[in-house]
Ligand binder design. Structure first.
Ligand SMILES: Cc1cc2nc3c(=O)[nH]c(=O)nc-3n(C[C@H](O)[C@H](O)[C@H](O)COP(=O)(O)O)c2cc1C
Length: 227
């Protein structure tokens, strides 16, 4: 299978990407997949101009001549897209949002209404076999609502993807926290294997991946200790 990984962390040592990397290790343990990893921050991707020039051309490309067209070519020919990013102000980082905005060339202007009443643009091609997985890290401890707006956007844009929301991800790059971070990395490797077998994750597996590494009280105490 062809896998496109869109890494939206701007950091060289991304907390979130450590998890995604572990997931890929499990998923591609037999080296049987073609994996393309794009570090979006290193790419030249301008914001959408809103010109709808793509809907005049209808060739799956954007009229802006930058790295997005290469991403679009891979995007529409991939079997699995993995969006890996840190939560920024309850959404995705702006440079990755620019990539999402500029997937508009992959749909037509024509609108369709689904049985549940929601309205979409008709896809340019049949993407019904494409799988989408979201792995999102964040700096807060677990609290209800932190991921809600990101989840709603991803569900609406990607049509019910698998979403893994991990709290306390700065622990992934803290040497003192390896005692709790390493077991989580192992769980991501195992989850990658499960995804490779079933092309989905059980609710039980997602719950394990999303379980906070330490309690909110301990996490907040650690964050605040040097202040
Ligand atoms: C601009 C900015 C906005 C952020 N917004 C949130 C947020 O809304 N909720 C949250 O829990 N963490 C937030 N964080 C924290 C990051 O999600 C967190 O540090 C994460 O571990 C970074 O992951 P990365 O190393 O993969 O980039 C924010 C960080 C930055 C720099």
């Amino acid at each position: 299978m062809r896998i496109l990984v869109l890494n939206g962390s701007p950091k060289k040592k991304s907390d979130t990407f450590r998890l995604t990397d572990a997931f890929l290790k499990g998923l591609n343990s037999g080296n049987e997949h073609e994996v393309h990893i794009y570090n979006i921050i290193e790419k030249n991707i301008n914001p959408c101009r809103g010109c709808f020039g793509c809907w005049e051309r209808m060739d799956g490309h954007c009229v802006i001549n930058d790295d997005q067209n290469e991403i679009l070519d891979l995007y529409r020919t991939s079997d699995l897209i993995i969006w890996s990013f840190p939560l920024y102000c309850y959404g995705m980082p702006s440079h990755l949002k620019a990539v999402l905005d500029r997937t508009i060339p992959l749909v037509k202007m024509k609108m369709i209404q689904l049985p549940d009443g929601t309205v979409q643009h008709e896809p340019l091609a049949d993407f019904s076999n494409m799988h989408t997985l979201v792995i999102c890290g964040c700096g807060f401890p677990d609290w209800e609502g932190n991921f809600d707006s990101m989840k709603l956007m991803c569900k609406t844009c990607f049509g019910n993807p698998e979403i893994i929301c991990v709290p306390e991800t700065p622990l992934m790059n803290s040497p003192a926290a390896s005692i709790v971070a390493d077991p989580l990395l192992e769980k991501f490797v195992e989850a990658g294997r499960e995804y490779g077998r079933n092309m989905e994750l059980s609710a039980d597996t997602i719950a394990k991946l999303e379980t906070p590494m330490i309690s909110a009280e301990e996490y907040i105490r650690n964050v605040n200790q040097d202040m």
